[in-house]
Write a protein that binds this ligand. Sequence first.
Ligand SMILES: Nc1ncnc2c1ncn2[C@@H]1O[C@H](COP(=O)(O)OP(=O)(O)OP(=O)(O)O)[C@@H](O)[C@H]1O
Ligand SMILES: [Mg+2]
Length: 383
Amino acid sequence: MDSEQARTWQVQRFAQRQRFLPSHTCQEESLIQMKEIVKVFENAAGKFTALKGVTACFDAGEFVSIVGKSGSGKSTLVNMLTGIDHPTSGSVRVGDTYIHQMSENDMSLWRGANLGIVFQFFQLVPTLTLLENVMLPMVLVERIPAAERETRAQALLEMVGLGAVAEKLPAAVSGGQQQSAAIARALANDPPILIADEPTGNLDTRSADEVFDLFTRLIEQGKTILMVTHDPQLARRTTRTLLLSDGELINPWIAAAFPEMGHSQLLWLTHQMKPAVLGRGARLSNLEMAPGLLVVSGGELVIGDARHGEREIQLEAGAFLCAEDLHTIAEQGLQVSAGAAHGCELLALDEAAFSAWLQHDRAAEAGLERCGSDFNLRWGMGV
Ligand SMILES: Nc1ncnc2c1ncn2[C@@H]1O[C@H](COP(=O)(O)OP(=O)(O)OP(=O)(O)O)[C@@H](O)[C@H]1O
Ligand SMILES: [Mg+2]
């Protein structure tokens, strides 16, 4: 790899990382706030904890994808928002409404007016035409005046490209068209938020792209969309990705730093890496621990040569350094310090824990294969 290639590669890596970067931590003004959500399912076989204290917030206008292996808790999480299910503990607020406290009746009225829900298997009423399917939520919620419902339903179907087949039954159109009709139905009462659980899971690539493009247009119109997906290509095109593993959220900075790492290793790091802050210009050696792995989670970390000021590399949020990198840095007589402008926020794992982890978990090593050996290439530093 020559230095130009190395630079391009580095830029691509950062671009890829961006998708995991949280726009912010939870704020009071977030449109949707899910706090410490625990969900325990109980059945004859015993208890199963599907969500283990998930906290997540979403701003108005965000297009967020929710990814994770099958069984990681994606549907359970979005069902807490739609009110299809209730948390065992924790709170869910949408706008000013605490929905985890609502009765079933209030919830279904609130949901009809405020959320559009799209499922993998469309769930259109088979005996109603597409037009009637789209009108149905308007009839249930009674927010759109009766005289306007048909015109509005027709306009929504036209928006999703189904104007000409409005009078057909669901079975008479393709899967992609059924899903488009289901999206039109979700928009019937003009809800600000759309929640979609694998909306493209049952579609061919072309139809999936069309549904995704439709979502993109809705975002441009000011909607907020949360979309569960198994498709990494689609997830990459959303503005932010939440990664669930075993009922917990992976720290987004850790997910960003190690895109090739397995989910259980990412979860282990999420549990073990501790936050640390370095003030403006402070040396890394000021940390109380000897780090084996560092992920930048805010501000900048600067690798510089005290003698030749021009050899300076700035690591931004989502970048990482491992023990081998740190040894190379020390060997080359370089210094690592927090940026002079903002200081630096880090997630750090101490060296002993890091090397013990690498010894007992081979998969961890695979996820870190760029560590150390290609340090100079990685940061474009010639020795
Ligand atoms: N009603 C239920 N009773 C018992 N266990 C449940 C129930 N619903 C879900 N689970 C369990 O909770 C875990 C999370 O399920 P969930 O459906 O949220 O996963 P998911 O990430 O949406 O998976 P998929 O990608 O397959 O849709 C799974 O282990 C599942 O078996
Ligand atoms: Mg699911």
